[in-house]
Design a protein around this ligand. Structure first.
Ligand code: ATR
Length: 291
């Protein structure tokens, strides 16, 4: 346990619930590795007290905050500024202290991007299938459009929602590369190998026997299968994709890099690949993941 001193700066996570968060492992390990006098803790915040929490943290000189479910959009009116990408996505997961308040950023999507890059997966000129058009699917679609994907199929159980999100992404990014489809109609998409990003909560612990698409022939569309879920470490979606010969990746590296990007913003430092590896190992140990 790190020594807490009079000089120790504080960063933290606001959300509800927060007690199972892995973020303290990420940030406290980074502080240890980089020799930065900072402690990271979690704060459980009720829905109606988000504004008080942000203003209170500012008054207490808290250096920075992460924001998790269910406050990622609710926090926005309480900021003094917002980064353009976070504004496009409509969700903020990182608050950085500046003169007069906190500025909001979204490091989830850049975190996913950096995780993909770390695995040698590129988006430029890539054809992508996204499963899910909720808050997460929407952000992933935005990220794919911004980072040069040539074509993005947004598949959702409720087609109407996928259409709305596709329209919004087109409007906000000025890119015409995104198409909405009902999940059940995946066979109408040209059959070829795609980068498939699973962005629903289907298959998350304890529902480990569920996959958003159960039909095995769907998995013939998967070249690389990325599930944003990290618990379990291998989801049913990933198992089915692997059975069909695809390469897979779970959401743990996205979690790692969203944390690293937030840490870099708060402390004006650059985390090396070697340090990132050590933090990743610690996360896996904390989650009892053996690969
Ligand atoms: P999040 O912010 O995590 O994306 P959300 O906004 O509630 O959460 O979105 C959940 C996503 O998972 C949606 O795309 C949802 O599909 P619908 O828009 O049709 O509701 C999808 N989802 C949830 N349960 C599902 C299931 N059993 N089968 C297929 N899709 C499901």
């Amino acid at each position: 346990m790190k020594e807490i001193k009079g000089t120790t700066a504080v960063c933290g996570l606001i959300g509800n619930p927060v007690e199972h968060s892995i973020s303290p492992i990420i940030h406290n390990t980074l502080s240890e590795l980089l020799g930065i006098d900072l402690a990271y803790v979690t704060f459980c915040v009720e829905n109606e007290r988000v504004g008080e929490a942000v203003n209170g943290a500012y008054a207490l000189s808290v250096r920075g905050l992460n924001v998790t479910v269910p406050h990622k959009s609710a926090v926005i009116p309480h900021l003094c500024a917002i980064d353009p990408l976070a504004e496009k996505i409509g969700a903020v997961n990182t608050l950085v202290r500046c003169a007069g308040g906190y500025k909001g950023y979204n490091t989830d999507m850049p975190g996913l991007y950096r995780a993909l890059v770390s695995e040698g997966i590129t988006l430029e000129d890539r054809e992508v299938l996204i499963l899910g058009a909720g808050g997460v699917g929407r952000a992933v679609a935005m990220m794919c459009a911004v980072n040069g994907a040539s074509r993005v199929y947004l598949l959702n159980r409720t087609l109407e929602k996928a259409k709305e999100v596709a329209d919004e992404v087109r409007e906000r990014t000025g890119r015409d590369c995104i198409f909405a489809e009902a999940l059940s109609d995946y066979r109408s998409i040209p059959k070829k190998p795609y980068l498939v990003i699973q962005a629903t909560s289907v298959g998350m612990f304890p529902h480990v026997e569920d996959a958003v698409i159960e039909e095995q022939d769907f998995y013939e569309y998967v070249d690389v299968g990325v599930d944003l879920i990290f618990n379990p470490a291998k989801t049913k979606f990933m198992k089915a994709a692997e059975q069909a010969g695809a390469r897979t990746m779970n959401g743990l590296k996205m979690l790692l890099y969203q944390g690293i990007l937030a840490y870099e913003l708060w402390n004006d430092v650059k985390v090396t690949d070697g340090q990132a590896k050590i933090v990743y190992q610690k996360m896996k140990e904390a989650m009892n993941i053996h690969e």
